[in-house]
Structure formats: C-alpha cells, structure tokens
Design a binder for this molecule. Structure first.
Ligand code: SF4
Ligand code: SF4
Length: 451
C-alpha cells in the first residue's frame, strides 16, 4: 500500500512537472517542446485514468514500479560524481598583437602601405583573407538593400559606439577620495548593476590579456599598448533570447549592437566616475577600442567558463551576453574563477559544433593554443560566414542549451547539471528530444521584422 501511495505521488509530481514544462514552452514559443510535452502529458494522464478506471489490480504493481524506477534515477543523479574538469593554463601565455585579429586585418585598406607591410610579414593569412575579401562586408549596402530597417538600425547602433571612442580615457582628478578595497568593490558593483549590467566581477589585470600593439581604433596603428592598471572590472549584459532565436538573421546583429551601445554607456560612465574619484581608469568598448581581451578576463573575474564555441558561458544566460571591461588602479577585491560543469557538459553536448554552418567549431578534443588548453575555433571560417549572411550569425549561441531563458524551470536544470554527471547526460538527451538536435530559427523577431 505504501509503495502505491509513494509511486502515485511521484507519478502525479511528474505530471505536474510536465505541465509546468508545457506552459513554459508555450510562453517561450518553443513549439516542438510544447507539442512533445503535450503528448507526454496526454499519455501520462491517459495511463493514470485507465489504470484507476479499468485495472485496479494492476495499479499497485505499476505504481510500485514507478517508485522503484524513480528511486533509481534520483539515486543515480545524487550519487553520480560532480563535474570537475576546469579550464587549464598549460604554459606561458604570450601577449596577442591586435593587428593579427580578424577585424584589424579586415580594417586594412587594400593595397595601402599598411596592408602591404602587414601581409609581407604574415603570408599565412594572404590566401584566406583575399578569398574572404571577395565577399560583401557585414552591413554593407548589399545587405542594407535586403533589409533596410534592421541592418540600418544595427549600423546606426555601431556608429553610436564609434562616436564614443575618444571618451574612454582621461586624466584623473587631483584630489583622491580614499576608501577600503572592500567598499570600493561593493559600491562599484552596485553602480554597475544600477546602470543596467546583469553580471559583474573583478580580477587582477593579467598582462597576458593586454594586446601588445594597436591594430584598430583612433590610436596610432602599431603603437605599443601600455595598459598597466592593476585591476579589470568585467561586466556582462544579457542579449534577448527572442532576438537571438532569429539567428543568423538581422535581429541578432541589431541585438549585439544594442548591447554594445549599453556596454559603452556603462563603461564610459563608470571609468569617468573612477577618474573623478582620483584614480586612473579606462573603458574598453566595441568598434575598435579594446586594449584588453574581454573573454579571458571575464573568466578570471568569475563571470563564467569558456565553452566549446570559444566564448564565455555564464551560468544565468549561457553565451547569450555581451561583455564590457574597465581597467583601473582603484583598489578592489578580485573575484575567483567559477566552475559549474561547462567543460564536462561541452564534451557530451557538441550541439554548437554540429549546428555551425561554417564548421568553425571543433567537435573533437581541446588543443593547446598560446598556453591554454581549449577548443580552438577556426576564426576565419566563422568570419567568412558572417560576411555571407551579413550578420554576426550567433547560431551557436542560439542552439546552446545554456542559452535558455533565465527562469525558474531552466535554473533548476542549470543547478542540477552543475552538480551531477548523470544530470548532464539526461539534460543533453532531453534538450535534443524537446528542442531538437538542429533547432529551427524563428522567423519573426520581436520588432516584427526578420528578413
Ligand atoms: S557564429 Fe555562426 S559561424 Fe561562427 S562559430 Fe557560431 S555558428 Fe559558427
Ligand atoms: S552548445 Fe553545447 S557544446 Fe556548445 S558551448 Fe553550448 S553546451 Fe558547450
């Protein structure tokens, strides 16, 4: 009798969970998940009704079975080991020259002196870069003609960022307002949160993550970068899931650009505030103004882990974020890197690699690159695809299970997979079953325009 009651209670809980999942799927417009959970709900309630109506003698055995299976699954999740793999620094990390980054290379005016000098010493990039140059540039008129409103909106947003490039730095005030590092950290994190950031952390500014030479922006090309600040404040802004759901169409670049505008606003205001308090500070913003590498600093500052797709994965929003960085001498308390199972989950998942239209994301093992063991992305192939579609693609971000909306249902799953290998295995299978191994893009963006 006790087994019947317990099994029945677990079964009803399961029905309740599927019902909640169905409702969430409806609000998230995840139609495949909605239909599949609806079907499961029908089957579960059908079995329950038929057993009680027609087979009362079988129901004891059935619910006893449900109880035993549930106990086995719960024990499997509870006792399976905790994911422990971490990001590993395996050797010396050399500074990266910003001139070697994709955007700096493609900023070079063809046949100019700078162009000739660069490619004469970097012959390894000539063939692939020339092939990519034959494609239309992101946001050029070829794409604007196809979608005048959304591509022009993204262009205007990036243009706004460009206009801020000279406002990132300045002299600090002569009078210094001194507080403890603890107080400075608490106050600044509160202010950054107030200005609209979703996550914020602090780390020591590791010189390995400061570019060696200027490759873009208003400062002289090729000049040595001297960013000697002691700390980096790194923050993240969530990109809207319903915009990213349209990847790789125009709404994704509108959303990326919008968040870069917000990042520029917050970092310029906060660096200005710090300078007014008497300390040196510099904002690092999009559209060619970075002196530092945002992703490894965000990892060091405890905002997330770097996943298979090569960008930061946060616990709350997955890779669906944009990063901002302020470097400063203001005394602060650094945070520690966090581990919540991303390295192990990515080994099982591989969804971004299989969905990447340019096959830029590896589906195999990590490799060592510049002293770090990581999944190495084929950056040129990714960028080539951007120029084919005229946006920053984001299909990998769209399909990543960690990108699901930040709500109670998905947060329960995020917490389970951070603590159990078994939960990770079930979650990978469940994500494929409910959302599809190759999720379709959504056609209409919240702005009412997609193509
Ligand atoms: S942005 Fe697109 S092309 Fe680039 S890695 Fe992601 S899915 Fe592949
Ligand atoms: S899609 Fe899967 S493999 Fe790719 S980054 Fe996200 S969790 Fe990792």
């Amino acid at each position: 009798m006790i087994l019947l009651i317990l099994g029945c209670a677990i079964y009803l809980l399961l029905i309740f969970f599927v019902l909640v999942f169905l409702i969430y799927s409806l609000f998230e417009k995840e139609w495949r998940a909605f239909l599949r959970s609806g079907l499961i709900l029908l089957i579960l309630t059908g079995i329950y009704s038929v057993l009680f109506a027609f087979f009362p003698e079988v129901k004891t055995w059935f619910f006893a079975g449900v109880f035993v299976i549930s106990v086995v699954v719960i024990l499997w999740i509870a006792v399976s080991s905790k994911p422990q793999d971490i990001m590993k620094i395996t050797g010396e990390q050399k500074k990266v020259d910003e001139r070697d980054t994709i955007f700096a290379r493609f900023d070079l005016e063809v046949k100019s002196e700078k162009y000739k000098k660069y490619y004469s010493t970097h012959k390894e990039y000539i063939t692939i870069d020339e092939e990519i140059r034959k494609l239309n540039d992101i946001l050029d008129f070829y794409f604007i003609k196809k979608n005048p409103v959304l591509f022009s909106l993204a262009d205007a947003e990036f243009n706004f960022c460009e206009q801020q490039l000279l406002g990132v730095d300045g002299n600090e005030a002569a009078i210094r307002f001194e507080r403890s590092a603890e107080e400075n950290t608490r106050i600044l994190k509160n202010i950054i949160d107030y200005l609209g950031s979703d996550l914020c952390g602090v780390c020591k500014l590791d010189q390995a993550y400061v570019y060696s030479h200027v490759g873009r922006g208003p400062e002289p090309y090729g000049s040595i970068i001297e960013c000697r600040h002691e700390y980096a404040i790194v923050f993240a802004l969530e990109m809207r899931a319903d915009m990213i759901d349209c990847a790789p169409q125009a709404p994704v670049i509108v959303e990326s650009a919008k968040q870069y505008v917000e990042v520029a606003k917050i970092s310029i205001i906060v660096s200005g505030l710090i300078r007014r308090l008497g300390y040196s500070a510099r904002a690092h913003i999009s559209e060619s103004n970075y002196q530092v590498m945002a992703t490894p600093l965000a990892w060091k500052a405890g905002l997330g882990e770097v996943g298979r797709m090569g960008i930061l994965i946060t616990k709350k929003y997955g890779p669906r974020i944009r990063l901002g960085v302020i470097t400063t001498d203001l005394p602060l308390i650094p945070d520690e890197p966090v581990v919540f199972g991303v390295q192990d989950f990515c080994k099982k998942c591989r969804k971004c690699a299989e969905n990447c239209p340019s096959k830029a994301i590896p589906s195999g093992e990590k490799l060592e690159e510049n002293g770090v063991l990581k999944w190495v992305i084929k950056r040129e192939e990714c960028y080539r695809y951007w120029r084919q579609v005229g946006t920053d693609c984001a299909r990998c971000i769209r399909v990543c299970p960690y990108s699901k909306p930040n709500n109670l249902l998905h947060n329960i799953i995020r917490n389970l997979i951070s603590g159990s290998f078994a939960a990770q295995t079930i979650s990978v299978k469940g994500d494929d079953f409910f959302y599809g191994r190759y999720p379709k893009k959504k056609q209409i963006s919240p702005l009412g325009l997609c193509r």
